[in-house]
Design a protein around this ligand. Sequence first.
Ligand SMILES: NC(=O)c1ccc[n+]([C@@H]2O[C@H](COP(=O)([O-])OP(=O)(O)OC[C@H]3O[C@@H](n4cnc5c(N)ncnc54)[C@H](OP(=O)(O)O)[C@@H]3O)[C@@H](O)[C@H]2O)c1
Length: 293
Amino acid sequence: MNKMNAVVLITGCSSGFGFATALHLAERGCRVIATMRNLKKKGNLEATAADKNLEITILPLDVTVVETIMAVKDYITQQKLQLDVLINNAGYGIGGFFEDLTDREFRDQMETNFFGVLNATRIFLPLLRQKKGGMIINISSVAGLTATPSLIAYNTSKWAIEGFSEALRLELKLMGVKVFLIEPGPYPTKVLTDNVRFAEGSDHEESPYYPYSRRILMIFEEQNRNIQSDVSDISRKIESIIRGKTKNFRNILGGFARLRYLLRKYFPYRLYEFLVFKVMFSKRGMGKVDKGV
Ligand SMILES: NC(=O)c1ccc[n+]([C@@H]2O[C@H](COP(=O)([O-])OP(=O)(O)OC[C@H]3O[C@@H](n4cnc5c(N)ncnc54)[C@H](OP(=O)(O)O)[C@@H]3O)[C@@H](O)[C@H]2O)c1
């Protein structure tokens, strides 16, 4: 395997894709700057890197706090490193129907998943532009290409990333910086468990959406029990992009995501919508909510 020597900065490395990708790329020779908003969570990455005899620089960075991003930029400049790749990975998902979400909950989702990406991109772009061949890899989601009732805030944030990335890719062609999207379906990380949030209003029995929220929670829990996908798909795809082997702008990962996207793209929209509704809110499905199964 050819050794990689890119300098790579990743946001959101305390768990999941960021954690796995930091190790994966460091194992292949990259100089990895793994960032996380809470350094109290660095123990696992530090210990795993030490076990594998890998050097990974772990720095604090909260994508919603510009000063923390600036501090990482200063570190890179002081170390005289040439930043080659920025991986905008940090994010979370909030579940809840639009009317059950508070304005704050919706805006917080956008602050992290969308404006967080803008913050990091704005600050690191001047470094990426210094040498031709710089890359930005944005971790979007199949939720940025499709929509699901009760994932409206998450969908909006990821659709925004899709539009931003597509326009940015065109702009940065002029500067020799390449932009890529990774669009995974469900993968077994904390985004679906410990880190998932729910709209405060979704738990209120008086909400007209309450039975539908419960139905979706049921589907969600069942889906989580049956996830077969392997997180290393993401790290391997990112490696392939950095090595220049994958040239596609959009990279949909996972069987479920590909199927969902193909249905959305090629089925007449009304039929697609009918299917989504059938799966989620058929009488049989809603009956399961009533019975609590
Ligand atoms: N796993 C999936 O099924 C899936 C599918 C499609 C897309 N994605 C996307 O993949 C990305 C990574 O998620 P994951 O699946 O690896 O889940 P994860 O294990 O929950 O990791 C998310 C990471 O983002 C960090 N984070 C959250 N808010 C942040 C902030 N304001 N500043 C900096 N870091 C922050 C978390 O840090 P803390 O530990 O401090 O919370 C954590 O390190 C996300 O953008 C997610 O939307 C995931």
